[in-house]
Design a protein around this ligand. Structure first.
Ligand SMILES: [Zn+2]
Ligand SMILES: [Zn+2]
Ligand SMILES: [Zn+2]
Length: 194
């Protein structure tokens, strides 16, 4: 394939190989790394940030398979692969069987009263499609459907949220408590005693 590229394109390809070795090959499906040129951008398909290990679909510029023109998530939860920008409706509410199981599990072993965890269903206002998506103040990633968060309990009713989803490795709320010893409102930056 290299022989089909011009000298400039071969040079470009070598630079990209050096910058982001995991994604060196000109494939359509790529995995986001710290070195990926799109790692710090938001997806034009869904408006969500890219996270490490996000699988993305790449389209290339006119030269073929060298410079990535655009990437989009492949995760159907984010809706950009389908072009709708809307989360998969399956996430709107958990399966009734799962709800009954969770209710029974909570009855036997009640969850702690603090912090109050909220699961972001596909229809939750915090993940609604809008020009600028809500971001977690701790990790700065956008809040995605299906994630567990703590909504700020401040008196201003700011309704900003921070991740607390150990199953996804997002313990942003724990991180904030460890650092500040209390809840800091993302809007007013004032502490809120628990
Ligand atoms: Zn996307
Ligand atoms: Zn977070
Ligand atoms: Zn607040």
């Amino acid at each position: 394939m290299e022989s089909e590229l011009s000298a400039l394109e071969r040079f470009d390809a070598a630079v990209i190989r050096g910058e982001d070795p995991v994604n060196a090959e000109g494939t359509a499906v790529k995995v986001t790394t710290v070195d990926s040129e799109w790692a710090m951008r938001s997806c034009r398909g869904c408006g969500h940030t890219f996270r490490l290990e996000d699988v993305v679909q790449a389209t290339y510029d006119a030269s073929g398979k060298v410079r990535v023109r655009e990437v989009r998530h492949t995760d159907s939860v984010l809706g950009c692969a389908s072009g709708t920008g809307q989360a998969d409706a399956v996430l709107a509410e958990p399966d009734p069987m799962v709800q009954r199981f969770q209710a029974a599990a909570d009855a036997v072993d009640p969850p702690p009263a603090f912090p109050v965890l909220t699961r972001l269903t596909a229809t939750h206002p915090l993940v609604a499609d809008k020009p600028t998506r809500d971001q977690c103040p701790e990790c700065t990633s956008t809040l995605r459907p299906g994630e567990m968060v703590v909504i700020c309990p401040c008196d201003k009713g700011c309704q900003r949220a921070i991740h607390q989803d150990a199953s996804r490795g997002l313990t942003c709320f724990d991180g904030m408590l460890a650092q500040h010893k209390r809840i800091i409102c993302p809007m007013t930056k004032q502490p809120k005693d628990a």
